[in-house]
Write a protein that binds this ligand. Structure first.
Ligand code: SF4
Ligand code: SF4
Length: 371
């Protein structure tokens, strides 16, 4: 039976996080059940972009440190690595490692830092060689909402094993969330992590994954099955099953254990750990439940789209470089999105370091999806 552990941890004090991770993994049999002495272990946090840890956009560096120490205690060799959302150059990746605290943790703990600069194509996806070479992967997702897929968790964290540019291409070819989640399950299945430990100490609700609101939730979840872990999180935040696109796709393809009745939850009970009144993103995910012809009719009257706030925009062009359909113009006079070209993948909203891209909703949309 699939197993998910839930433990409480109130903040990122190093000792408390270390103890909590030890307990969470201990409830699954201990770190030695997942990594062996001498093995190279890739620790894969969610490093969406170059943001401060307190913004709750990325897995917290003290959480990563605790995972590194667990791996070292097992006598294995930790390597930290991720491909940040829609970044392209080694310089970009280095700036993310710097800002998110990963470089400091790696140096202080004697862990390696992988840049995912080499890939091997598997099932049509360029997968980071570092992930394929590792004996084991420990995935460290962040508990967050996602404007495009409603939630992001263990399954979506594996998408970071695909280096930057190709992720943009996936958004271009799969502009609808219900198609895009198929890509997420494809990538997750290529190289499943041996262990997933979720940073739910400071979560993000609302318009995640980058422009939402940090919320103290004080939880750590762990499982060897990323699908089960995400299914439990969906219950914690009361995400209705019919809106849970990622889990429904996993169930349809029999990947992992998506049925909450077949998952043993250990440590805290789901009912005790519930995150009350968790705010989901104000996006059009309800439209994904409709057949295509109805979606097309509804999208004419329900308008959700990204808009750039010119007052906040710093003209850094990160959004422009991330747009899969070249819908963004940034120059001395203007920062604009061409709504006729935009496929509403929300990558620009996801990557803007200055929260300058917001999601504009028309009156009907605001009435349908009130806060
Ligand atoms: S909207 Fe954000 S990402 Fe785009 S140019 Fe402006 S500041 Fe940079
Ligand atoms: S403008 Fe933004 S939401 Fe629209 S396609 Fe480009 S990146 Fe995606």
């Amino acid at each position: 039976m699939a197993k998910v552990s839930i433990v409480r941890c109130v903040d990122y004090d190093g000792e408390k996080v270390g103890d909590a991770l030890f307990r969470a993994v201990g409830l699954l049999g201990g770190i030695e059940s997942f990594v062996k002495k001498g093995e190279a272990v890739l620790i894969k946090p969610n490093l969406l972009s170059a943001r401060d840890p307190e913004e709750a956009v990325c897995t917290h560096p003290e959480f990563v440190r605790a995972a590194v120490r667990l791996v070292k205690e097992a006598g294995a060799r930790p390597l930290i690595g991720d491909s940040p959302g829609n970044f392209f150059t080694i310089k970009d990746v280095d700036s993310v490692y710097e800002k998110t605290g990963m470089r400091r943790v790696a140096e202080e703990e004697g862990a390696g830092l992988a840049r995912f600069d080499k890939v091997r194509v598997i099932n049509g996806f360029p997968v980071a060689q570092a992930a394929l070479d590792a004996s084991a992967i420990i995935s460290l997702p962040k508990l967050k909402t996602h404007a495009f897929t409603v939630m992001t968790g263990a399954i979506k964290n594996s998408f970071g094993l695909i280096p930057g540019l190709f992720k943009v291409e996936c958004h271009r070819t799969k502009p609808k969330p219900r198609d895009f989640v198929k890509v997420l399950l494809d990538v997750y299945s290529i190289r499943k992590p041996q262990l997933c430990i979720m940073d739910g100490i400071l979560a993000m609700e609302g318009d995640g994954p980058a422009a939402g609101t940090p919320r103290k939730t004080g939880l750590i979840l762990a499982s060897s099955d990323g699908v089960s872990l995400d299914a439990v999180v969906s219950r914690l935040v009361d995400l209705p099953l019919h809106k849970d696109m990622i889990i429904n796709e996993a169930r349809r393809r029999s990947i992992g254990e998506a049925d909450i009745n077949n998952i043993e939850v250990t440590g805290e009970a789901i009912e005790d750990a519930k995150i009350k009144d968790f705010k989901l993103p104000k996006t059009a995910h309800n439209l994904n439940l409709l057949p295509d012809f109805l979606t097309n009719i509804f999208t004419r009257v329900i308008d959700f789209r990204p808009v750039i706030d010119e007052k906040l925009c710093q003209k850094c062009e990160v959004c422009k470089n991330s747009c899969p359909v070249n819908a963004i113009t940034i120059n001395g006079e203007t920062s604009q999105i061409d709504r006729e070209i935009c496929v509403r993948c929300f990558c620009c909203h996801e990557v803007c370091p200055y929260k300058a891209v917001y999601i504009k909703r028309n009156l009907i949309a605001r009435l349908l999806w009130r806060d």
